[in-house]
Design a protein around this ligand. Structure first.
Ligand SMILES: [Zn+2]
Ligand SMILES: [Zn+2]
Ligand SMILES: [Zn+2]
Length: 58
C-alpha cells in the first residue's frame, strides 16, 4: 500500500486519514478554522477569522 498522501502514514490511505490538514497553511494537525497562520480579512492580523474578529465594527 502506498503511504498516505496527507500525513505519510503507511497504515491508511489519504481518504481515511485521521490527521487533520489545514488548507490555509497546508500544515498537519489542525484545521483552517483554528489555524494560527490564518489572516483576518477584517483587521489583517494573524490567528483568527474575520467572523471571530474583535475589531469588527457594527
Ligand atoms: Zn494520513
Ligand atoms: Zn493552518
Ligand atoms: Zn481581525
Amino acid at each position: 500500500m502506498d503511504p498516505c498522501e496527507n500525513c505519510g502514514g503507511e497504515d491508511h490511505r489519504s481518504d481515511a486519514c485521521p490527521v487533520p490538514r489545514c488548507y490555509t497553511c497546508l500544515k498537519l494537525g489542525h484545521i483552517a478554522r483554528v489555524c494560527p497562520d490564518q489572516i483576518c480579512r477584517n483587521c489583517h492580523q494573524r490567528g483568527h477569522e474575520a467572523r471571530d474578529c474583535k475589531d469588527m465594527k457594527p
